[in-house]
Design a protein around this ligand. Structure first.
Ligand SMILES: *Cc1c(COP(=O)(O)O)cnc(C)c1O
Length: 379
C-alpha cells in the first residue's frame, strides 16, 4: 500500500535545529529569557496593529491569562463561539465564570453575531470569538455588539497565524487575542502560544501572572543590588521556554512560504472537490485571508461519515472530525440547543492539510474520498 498521507505535519528542519543550537549557546534555556524577548518583538511586529506580545506555554494558558486580566470570575458569564477546541470553554471555567455558547454561522462556523447577542444576560462580561480553523470571525459586528453591551471581546486566534480580516491582521481584532503553536497549527514549536494586545496595562498584568505573579528574572538582570520581588497575586508558570522561542523565530521566517503552500493545497482541493457529489468544500470569504490550519469538508446528511472515515484510513489517508460542538460536552452543563453547530459536528470531515502536501497527494486524497463515498453508499 502507498504511504499514509498525514492529516497534519509540521515543517521543520535545519533552520529550527540551528535556532535551538543558538539558544544552547546563549545559556538561557528556561522561559522569559532573551530568546523569548526576541520572539515577542518579532511576533508583535508580525501582528501589525498590536503593540504587545507575550510568549506562553500554549494557547490554553494564554486564554486563561487573557480572561484573568480582563477580570472574568465567579458569577460572570462569557459568551463563547460554540464550535471550537475544549481550551476555549475550559479556560472560562478555570476562572470560575460560566461559558455560555453561541451558535455558529453555517458557512464559516465562527460565532453567529445574532446568536451571540441573544446569549447576553445581565451577568455577561465578555465575548470570545473563535477563528475556526484560522479564518477570522465577524469582528466588526462582534465589536459593535460588545460596545453596545459594555463587554470586552477576545479572539481565540489559535489557528490564525498569518490570517487577515478586512486587511487587518488576526491577533489585532479584539481587546486580547491568543495563539497556539501546537504541532497541528500553521507554525509550531511542538507546544507554545502567545497573547497579543494593544493595551499596555493588560499586557503587563498578563506578563506578571504568567510567571507566578512576580516580575520576571530578566528584569533583575544587571541590578547593582539585590532586589526582592514581592508577590501580591497567585500567578502561574505559563512561560514559553527559550528553546521553543528559538524554534518559533525560525518558524516566523517560514510563515509566508507555509501560508502560500497551504493556499495552494486549498486551491487544488477546491478544484477537485467541485466535481464530487455529497461533499461541500469549505468556504473562504473574500474579505478575509484564510490560513488553512485544517481543511474540513461537509458531508451530505445521508452520508455514513464513520464508514467514509474508516475507508480513508484503511487506504492510507488520515482524516478526523472537524472540531467540537462545545455545548454538547457534559462538562459545561449547558442547556439549550445550538442546531447549526450540533449538525456540523456530525457531518464535518477533516482531510489532510499541511504545507508539505504535493499535488499528486491531494489528487490521491480526493480519489480515495470518492471511492470511500461509493463504498459507503453500497453498505
Ligand atoms: C488548538 C486550539 C486551542 C488550544 O491550543 P493549545 O496550544 O493546545 O492550548 C485553543 N483554541 C483553538 C480554537 C484551537 O484550535
Amino acid at each position: 500500500m502507498a504511504d499514509t498521507i498525514a492529516l497534519g505535519q509540521p515543517t521543520v528542519g535545519d533552520e529550527e535545529l540551528d535556532a535551538i543550537r543558538a539558544v544552547f549557546d546563549s545559556g538561557w534555556l528556561s522561559g522569559a529569557g532573551p530568546t523569548c524577548q526576541s520572539f515577542e518583538a518579532r511576533f508583535a511586529a508580525e501582528v501589525s496593529g498590536t503593540d504587545h506580545a507575550l510568549a506562553t506555554s500554549n494557547c490554553g494558558s494564554a486564554l486563561h491569562l487573557g480572561l484573568s486580566v480582563l477580570g472574568a470570575g465567579p458569577g460572570d458569564e462569557v459568551v463563547v463561539g460554540d464550535y471550537t477546541f475544549p481550551a476555549t470553554g475550559h479556560s472560562v471555567a478555570w476562572t470560575g465564570a460560566k461559558p455560555v455558547f453561541a451558535d455558529i454561522r453555517p458557512d464559516i462556523w465562527s460565532a453567529d453575531p445574532a446568536s451571540v447577542e441573544a446569549a447576553i444576560t445581565p451577568r455577561t462580561v465578555g465575548i470570545i470569538a473563535v477563528d475556526v480553523f484560522g479564518q477570522p470571525a465577524d469582528y466588526d459586528e462582534l465589536r459593535a455588539i460588545a460596545d453596545r453591551h459594555g463587554l470586552w471581546l477576545m479572539e481565540d486566534a489559535a489557528c490564525s497565524a498569518g490570517a487577515t480580516y478586512k486587511g487587518r491582521q488576526a491577533g489585532s481584532l479584539a481587546d486580547i487575542a491568543t495563539f497556539s503553536f501546537h504541532g497541528r497549527k500553521g507554525i509550531t514549536a511542538g507546544e507554545g502560544g502567545a497573547l497579543t494586545t494593544n493595551d499596555a496595562d493588560l499586557a503587563a498584568h498578563a506578563r506578571k501572572l504568567h510567571t507566578y505573579g512576580i516580575a520576571p528574572a530578566i528584569s533583575r538582570e544587571g541590578s547593582t543590588d539585590l532586589p526582592l520581588p514581592v508577590f501580591d497575586e497567585a500567578g502561574y508558570n505559563y512561560r514559553m521556554s527559550d528553546l521553543a522561542a528559538g524554534v518559533m523565530l525560525a518558524q516566523l521566517d517560514r510563515l509566508q512560504t507555509l501560508l502560500a503552500n497551504r493556499r495552494r493545497v486549498a486551491a487544488w482541493y477546491g478544484e477537485l472537490l467541485a466535481a464530487v457529489e455529497q461533499v461541500a468544500a469549505p468556504v473562504a470569504l473574500d474579505d478575509r485571508e484564510h490560513p488553512w490550519q485544517s481543511y474540513v469538508v461537509t458531508l451530505a446528511p445521508e452520508v455514513d461519515r464513520g464508514a467514509v472515515a474508516g475507508y480513508l484510513r484503511q487506504h492510507g489517508v488520515q482524516c478526523n472530525f472537524g472540531t467540537y460542538a462545545s455545548h454538547l460536552q457534559p462538562v459545561y452543563g449547558f442547556e439549550g440547543s445550538l442546531p447549526v453547530s450540533a449538525d456540523l459536528f456530525h457531518r464535518h470531515l477533516a482531510i489532510p492539510m499541511h504545507a508539505n502536501l504535493t499535488q499528486s497527494e491531494v489528487e490521491r486524497v480526493v480519489a480515495t474520498l470518492k471511492d470511500a463515498l461509493t463504498a459507503a453508499r453500497s453498505n
